[in-house]
Design a protein around this ligand. Structure first.
Ligand code: AFP
Length: 281
C-alpha cells in the first residue's frame, strides 16, 4: 500500500480541475446557510461534495469534516480530514481569487493543531497552484488542467525581508490596541488584502509580512474557523519558518471545543507576530 497521506493530497489535487471548471455555472446562492450561518454558494456545496466523495474512497480516511456541513462523516480508517472547500467563495461573483484549504489530523475531530500530520491549499488564481506542508517542509506545485502536480519549490520558506500586510474586519470594529499595532505596521509594509485568506496568505508566503483577521469589538472570537482555517494555515506558515497566533499563543496549541469554533487568526513573519502579541497583551 502506498503512502496514505500522499493519497489524500493527490485526491485533493485531482479535484482541482473539476472544481475550477465547475465554478462558472455555480455563482448563485443556495437557500439555507452553513453551520456558521453564512449563505452558501452552489459552488461551495459542489466543492464540498466532490471532496467528500474523493476522500472517503481512500481506506486510510477515517472521517471528513468541512465548513459547509454540521458534523464529521465517519468511515473506517486512520486520518481525519478537515476542509474549507472554497475559501473566499464570495470572491466568485467578482471573479477574484479563491481556494481549497485542508488539514490532515491523526486524531478524531475536533483535535489540537499539534495533531496535524499534513496541511495545504489549492489556490485558484490566474493559474492553479498547490502548497503542501508535511514533516516541517513546505512544497509548492503548479496543477495542470489534467490534475498533474509539478513541483516548483521544494522547500518554501518565508522571505527574510517582510513587505506586505493584510488585516480583515472593519476598522471601527478593531480594538484600540489592535488599531495602534496596525498604525505601526502600515508605515513599514504595503497593503495586500483581497478577501480570500488563501490568496492573502500566499502573498505573505511569497513576499513576507503578516496576514490576520482579528477579534472585533462586537465579535471578540473573530470570523475565521479554528479547525478549517486557523490550524491548516498556521501549520503551513510555521512549517515555512513563520509564526502564527490567536493573539496570545500559536494557533497550533489551540484545541476547539466545537467543530465550527471561531478564532482571531494571525500568521506571518515571527517578528511581526511577536510585536502583535505584545501589543494585544
Ligand atoms: P467567504 O468564504 O465567505 O468568502 O469568506 C472568506 C473568509 O473566510 C476568508 O478567506 C477571508 O480572509 C475573510 O473571510 C474575508 O472576510 P471579510 O469579507 O470580512 O473581509
Amino acid at each position: 500500500m502506498g503512502d496514505p497521506i500522499d493519497a489524500i493530497v493527490e485526491a485533493i489535487a485531482s479535484t482541482a480541475p473539476e472544481v475550477r471548471s465547475g465554478l462558472a455555472g455555480r455563482r448563485t446562492y443556495q437557500s439555507g446557510a452553513n453551520p456558521s450561518g453564512e449563505k452558501q454558494l452552489a459552488a461551495d456545496v459542489y466543492a464540498d461534495e466532490l471532496l467528500e466523495d474523493r476522500l472517503l474512497e481512500i481506506d486510510a480516511v477515517a472521517g471528513y469534516a468541512s465548513e459547509e456541513r454540521e458534523s464529521v462523516v465517519h468511515h473506517e480508517g486512520r486520518y481525519y480530514v478537515a476542509a474549507d472547500p472554497l475559501d473566499g467563495s464570495s470572491n466568485l461573483k467578482s471573479n477574484n481569487t479563491m481556494g481549497t484549504l485542508f488539514g490532515v489530523y491523526d486524531e478524531p475531530l475536533p483535535a489540537s493543531g499539534r495533531d496535524l500530520v499534513a496541511s495545504g491549499f489549492v489556490l485558484y488564481g490566474p493559474i492553479t497552484t498547490m502548497v503542501v506542508a508535511r514533516d516541517e517542509t513546505v512544497a509548492e506545485y503548479v496543477l495542470d488542467d489534467d490534475g498533474t502536480r509539478r513541483v516548483v519549490t521544494e522547500d518554501l520558506t518565508l522571505p527574510e525581508e517582510p513587505t506586505v500586510y493584510g488585516f480583515g474586519g472593519r476598522v471601527p470594529q478593531w480594538t484600540d490596541d489592535f488599531s495602534a499595532y496596525v498604525e505601526s505596521v502600515e508605515t513599514e509594509l504595503k497593503l495586500r488584502y483581497g478577501g480570500a485568506m488563501i490568496g492573502d496568505v500566499n502573498q505573505v508566503l511569497t513576499y513576507g509580512g503578516i496576514f490576520g483577521y482579528p477579534g472585533l469589538r462586537d465579535r471578540p472570537e473573530g470570523k475565521l474557523r479554528l479547525l478549517f482555517e486557523g490550524h491548516p494555515i498556521a501549520h503551513i506558515v510555521e512549517s515555512a519558518d513563520g509564526a502564527s497566533s490567536n493573539g496570545e499563543q500559536s494557533l497550533l496549541d489551540c484545541t476547539p471545543d466545537r467543530l465550527h469554533e471561531r478564532t482571531p487568526l494571525f500568521v506571518g513573519d515571527e517578528g511581526y507576530i511577536d510585536r502583535l502579541e505584545t501589543a494585544l497583551d
